[in-house]
Design a protein around this ligand. Structure first.
Ligand code: ATP
Ligand code: MG
Length: 571
């Protein structure tokens, strides 16, 4: 099998290497032409963008080839798991636009796995080891040196059965005994050196309570769960490649006890996991950030979780675009966060309504505009989409503009507001700045300008060339809002891999700036939670879940341009 993506000659979409395998299997009627995948999260945290990559493949393959993808909670470790996570995982998958066939739990197979373990013991292929995990590790050998047999390796079957039962009924302390498969202590693949397949845990399980005290290890549970469900293509990340021979061994042995199952068997395929710059992607680390209050929760808009991205204003489509761009390969690497930002910009450009918001307001008075007069100006909702229509924005004598759009002694190339220079006020008139008033400290408190009545759009002078266009809102007609400016959560590219320092020391201290007193146009008064907008000239923003009528809160999803690549180029 080629590991490169296949580009067919007939101009059809190119296949990734997994799609190529599936097409070949279909052509050869493997597993009677059935396609069944599964997405197997452990319910020990919220899903992150890396999981989205796995979800798009597992569900995508099933959808594309008329198969079925089931959701399986891989809940074999009661210590870390919780139903809160089960519900959140389901929400996230649905938000991404997928439907599962069935919901399964690995814990539903505890009895079948137990029975299989008993079969292995009876066949002389598993034994109870009473050594500590340290002793077992010491005897493992190295890839070039065989391991040493445990002194308990040849324990009689009856004794193994009795002790295994004791492990499960609470008579054995945690860590006192394990069940190991008896395979080959000299195998060059270390996973074959009598792997531990059951351990004792006394913490109650979130679904099975106190029924079990002996719990199967990942390697003993995963392949068999695939088998019990009828999975055909078991897709996982590259670190499991070295486990695959053991996966196959357990399936082969299991099939010996179930000859009635015929030729069916699941196959495991591995693809590269997603790593992203400026963030961490391990649930353990994300949980630490949440537990220690370093972020506001799993859905903090700076988190790389799916619910974090959703709250931040990312759309499912933008995540699909991103996943399509990065593709599936056999080589691990790290993807530039800027590519993800590019995907959301691309999506919101065609989707988001353009509105006016002034984040750092200063007053602009149009001295020759009648007091008390209001004109409704027409604003195009989206220049990329004519069907999005228009809305109205009120114009009057007193406006707010951005403080940084004015400069008293401006350099030649400053095309914004400075005395003597004309600029266009977006959707309204051309105005010429006549001066400004300062307070005692020298801060600008008011700017003055005169408008040219003939420059409103549609009027004879409306096409007059000016170099700058500014956004604005009317003082009497605008709303006040809080705006949260988010930036990268970490200030280094690969915080998870930095030596000599804990990843928590690498958090970006400027990852959140809260601006209050921002002025936004009235059109946003009834904006719905999570609705996306483009604040013209600034960036894409959405309505935060904390937002309420009369107390609006917006999140910056992404700025209009990528300011980080500029910073990088300078260095
Ligand atoms: P973490 O290391 O973040 O705790 P995990 O692998 O333990 O993740 P699981 O809940 O076991 O998390 O993952 C469910 C599925 O998602 C697995 O098939 C796993 O291979 C896949 N997955 C997890 N992280 C990534 C990633 N970064 N990129 C692609 N797939 C991933
Ligand atoms: Mg895992």
């Amino acid at each position: 099998m080629s590991e490169e993506n296949i580009v067919p000659e007939d101009g059809k979409k190119s296949l990734n290497f997994i799609e190529a395998v599936v097409e070949k299997d279909l052509a050869e009627n493997v597993n009677e032409g059935r396609i069944q995948t599964r997405f197997p999260p452990e319910p020990n945290g919220y899903l992150h963008i890396g999981h989205a990559k796995a979800i798009c493949l597992d569900f995508g393959i099933a959808r594309e080839y008329g198969g079925i993808c089931n959701l399986r909670f891989d809940d074999t470790n009661p210590i870390k798991e919780d139903t809160e996570y089960v519900d959140a995982i389901m929400d996230d998958i649905q938000w991404l636009g997928y439907k599962w066939g069935n919901v399964y739990y690995a814990s539903d197979y505890f009895q079948q796995l137990w029975d299989y373990a008993i079969d292995l013991i009876k066949a002389g292929k598993a034994y109870i080891d009473e050594q500590t995990s340290e002793q077992i590790a010491q005897q493992k050998g190295t890839p070039v040196q065989p391991g040493i047999h445990s002194p308990f390796r040849d324990r009689p079957v009856e004794e193994n059965l009795e002790l295994f039962n004791k492990m499960n009924i609470g008579e054995i302390a945690e860590g006192q005994m394990v069940l190991r498969a008896k395979i080959d202590m000299a195998n060059p693949n270390m996973h074959f050196r009598d792997p531990i397949i059951y351990r004792v845990i006394h913490t109650p399980h979130h679904r099975t309570g106190d029924t079990w005290k002996a719990y199967p290890m990942y390697d003993f549970a995963h392949g068999q769960s695939d088998y019990f469900e009828g999975v055909t293509h078991s897709l996982c990340t590259l670190e499991f490649e070295v486990h695959r021979p053991l996966y196959d061994w357990f399936v082969d042995e299991l099939k010996k006890f179930r000859p009635e199952d015929g030729a069916y068997r699941p196959h495991q395929y591995e693809f590269n996991r997603l790593n992203l710059t400026y963030t961490v992607m391990s649930k353990r680390k994300l949980l630490q950030l949440v537990k220690e209050g370093l972020v506001s929760g799993w859905d903090d808009p700076r988190m790389p979780t799916i619910c974090g991205f959703r709250r931040r204003g990312y759309t499912p489509e933008s995540i699909h675009k991103f996943i399509d761009k990065i593709g599936y390969t056999k080589y691990d690497g790290i993807i530039d966060y800027a590519l993800l930002e590019h995907s959301i910009r691309e999506d919101l450009n065609v989707r988001a309504k353009r509105v006016s918001a002034v984040l750092d307001p200063v007053k602009l008075i149009i001295t020759n505009y009648p007091e008390g007069k209001t004109e409704m100006m027409e604003a195009v909702n989206n220049p990329e989409d004519e069907s999005a229509g228009v809305h109205e924005i009120a114009f009057s004598r007193e406006l707010y503009i951005e403080r940084e759009d004015f400069m008293e002694d401006a350099p030649k190339k400053f095309f914004r507001m400075t005395p003597g220079q004309e600029v266009r006020l977006k959707n309204a008139y051309i105005v010429k700045c006549t001066g400004a008033k300062k307070d005692e400290a020298g801060n600008i408190v008011e700017i003055y300008a005169e408008y040219d009545p003939l420059t409103k759009s549609g009027m004879p002078e409306s096409n007059r060339k000016v170099k700058g266009t500014l956004h604005w809102v009317s003082v009497a007609h605008c709303l006040t809002a809080e705006v949260r400016l988010y930036d990268r959560l970490f200030s280094v590219e690969n915080p998870g891999e930095e030596k000599d320092t804990d990843f928590r020391n690498l958090l970006n201290p400027d990852s959140l700036k809260i601006l209050t007193g921002c002025k936004i146009e009235k059109e946003l008064e009834n904006a719905r939670p999570l609705e996306n907008f483009q604040f013209q000239r600034i960036g894409y923003f959405n309505v935060d879940l904390d937002s309420k009528h009369g107390k609006l809160v917006f999140n910056r999803t992404v700025s209009l341009k990528d300011s980080w690549s500029k910073i990088k180029d300078k260095n």
